[in-house]
Design a protein around this ligand. Structure first.
Ligand SMILES: Nc1ncnc2c1ncn2[C@@H]1O[C@H](COP(=O)(O)OP(=O)(O)O)[C@@H](O)[C@H]1O
Ligand SMILES: C[C@@](O)(CCOP(=O)(O)O)CC(=O)O
Length: 531
């Protein structure tokens, strides 16, 4: 039964008596993304360019060892280096997110176990969860925490949490693993996972699938409390859903054992000796790549994050597994997205992404971008549907537009590569002029397929009058825009633009792109203590 509370702290079922038991923590984070060129066209199989942002979403799972608590309340080393004694509701799975209605919801282990029996835990060929699985989860979420005071955003977030919890932990003969990093194929297994995997022709892929296979044998319910906290605006086109999906998938997979918990006691030796498998991301290196959060946004959080200790990245095989499940989560949120958001959030840096082709990392100059949040909410799902509607209606007109958008992305990639190699001011300036022209063209084409908005046009016009070039980024229909700042731009001009946009009530901040992908935090940085 739902206890509806104004800011929905949802307590159901009634808390089971608190007990002191051991726990371990797994903390992950993943970045938002900026689509530089090619949004929407990418949904229709065209190439696009995107990069990771410095703003991130963090997930912290506290997992409780109820069994060992029955025998002893002393510290159990096997539980990990962040183990300890805590007060916790026994037999409860809890999910809290500060960002969506301050949601705090609990289910009993038994009811989630019952739900898990209905879930097939397989993915369709395209990487999407089975429709029946989504239906069961959605129905369960509505029945258990649905109510007028709970917004759809919160319900979807809870559904994603439960889906990933079940897929990474429940007992099932079935499992799923996609064999391409771009989410285009999946390997469906009904009964004998091993036979199918062992005959797979691609050895790299079978290494990946081994990780999944190992853990199909030991799925179990876990008493846990997962917390989510994001630095990203939600629903503004900066990939908050992908950062949420990637960080949550990574934490759940590490908790379920499908990928390594990089911070457990027995990993310490490996971290020292095997740096090719476990990448320590030096915080100084990361700081030089990640964006400074600028004058607005959650500046305090971003500053605290930049002074954090080392963070650790998974191997590429493990990243691939994270990406598969993150894409599945994205499908619950968006229907059938292109996969660009979760891929860039997972791998970080900058990528050229095209459905059906291997993802390509791109070396990118340190581009300075101004982000403006129009504060107009919109639905990615509906905007993607609108482009599809126009394409279905007038394919001979819309298809060439999508091709033109792809050509913009490809030309931009070309220019960005060239910018890395040249120094001469005149050449750099010419290349930026070309990039600015591409920004204008891309914006015009996006407008023509129905994803513009008066607020976006307003930002485009204000910045144009001050000599800057702006396009929407992400789904459009409101959300965020990106304004290119060519190298050597006068600070006074930027300040003028900043004031003009703020005067309209928009949130504005400067960023650079290309930060780290998904990582595990070896110890909680200050900015996570709020979790
Ligand atoms: N920090 C978060 N906690 C819980 N859910 C989140 C969080 N961030 C994003 N989401 C989920 O992602 C959805 C937002 O996706 P979308 O509208 O595409 O926005 P964006 O452009 O920011 O990705 C939300 O409805 C919510 O379900
Ligand atoms: C419009 C699209 O290209 C990007 C959507 O980005 P966002 O949900 O606005 O962050 C959709 C997609 O790639 O699936």
């Amino acid at each position: 039964m739902l206890t509806a509370i104004t800011a929905p702290t949802i307590s159901r079922p009634d808390p089971i008596a608190e007990s002191t038991i051991m726990h371990r923590s797994i903390t992950t984070s993943a970045p938002g993304k900026l689509i530089l060129f090619g949004e929407h066209a990418v949904v229709h199989g065209k190439a696009a360019v995107a990069a990771g942002l410095g703003l991130r979403t963090a997930v912290k799972i506290n997992e409780y060892n109820v069994e060992s608590s029955h025998d002893s309340l002393e510290h159990d080393d096997s539980i990990g280096d962040q183990g300890g004694l805590v007060q916790v509701d026994r037999d409860t799975i809890r999910f809290s997110t500060k960002d969506v209605q301050d949601l705090d919801v609990k289910w009993s282990i038994q009811e989630v176990k019952d739900l898990s029996l209905l879930i097939d835990v397989r993915l369709e060929e395209c990487g999407k969860p089975l429709a029946a699985d989504i239906e069961h989860i959605t129905q369960f979420v509505h029945d258990t925490i649905g109510g007028e005071s709970v917004c759809p955003t919160a319900l979807v977030a809870a559904a994603v949490f439960l889906y990933l919890y079940i897929c990474t932990g429940s007992c099932s003969k079935h499992t799923a693993a996609q064999t391409q990093p771009n989410n285009n194929t999946s390997t469906e297994r009904n009964t004998d996972v091993r036979t199918e995997i062992d005959t797979h022709p691609n050895t790299d892929i079978s290494a990946n699938i081994d990780l999944v296979r190992d853990n199909t044998r030991c799925r179990k319910m876990r008493v846990m409390h997962a917390h989510v906290k994001s630095q990203l605006p939600i629903g503004a086109g900066l990939g908050s859903s992908a950062a949420f999906s990637v960080a949550l998938a990574a934490a759940m997979l590490a908790s379920g054992g499908q990928i390594r918990n990089l911070c457990s006691m027995d990993m310490e030796h490996e971290i020292e000796d095997d740096t090719k498998d476990v990448k320590i991301v030096d915080s100084n290196t990361r700081n030089s790549q990640d964006n400074d959060c600028g004058e607005t946004g959650d500046k305090k959080l971003a500053n605290e994050m930049q002074s954090e200790p080392a963070i650790i990245a998974w191997s590429s095989e493990e990243q691939e597994i994270i990406n598969v499940w993150a894409f599945a989560a994205e499908c619950i949120i968006h229907g059938l997205p292109s996969g660009i958001d979760n891929t860039v959030s997972c791998y970080g840096s900058a990528i050229r992404f095209q459905r059906g082709a291997p993802m390509q990392n791109v070396d990118m100059p340190k581009l300075k971008i101004y982000l403006t949040n129009t504060m107009v909410p919109r639905s990615t799902k509906l905007l993607v549907a609108e482009v599809r509607r126009r394409r279905d209606l007038l394919p001979s007109v819309v298809d060439p537009i999508l091709i033109a958008v792809e050509n913009i992305s490809l030309k931009a990639l070309d220019i960005l590569q060239t910018l890395l190699k040249v120094n001469a001011t005149a050449v750099v300036s010419q290349l930026f002029s070309e990039l600015e022209c591409l920004v204008d063209l891309n914006q015009g084409l996006l407008q023509s397929v129905g994803v513009g908005h008066p607020s976006i046009s307003n930002v485009v016009e204000i910045t144009r009058q001050l000599g800057f070039h702006t396009k929407l980024t992400g789904a459009g229909g409101g959300g965020c825009t990106m304004t290119l700042i060519p190298s050597g731009t006068d600070g006074a001009a930027i300040a003028q633009m900043n004031s003009a946009l703020r005067a309209e009530g928009y949130d504005v901040w400067e960023t650079t792109v290309g930060g780290s992908g998904v990582v595990q935090h070896s110890s909680d940085p200050d900015w996570l203590h709020i979790l």
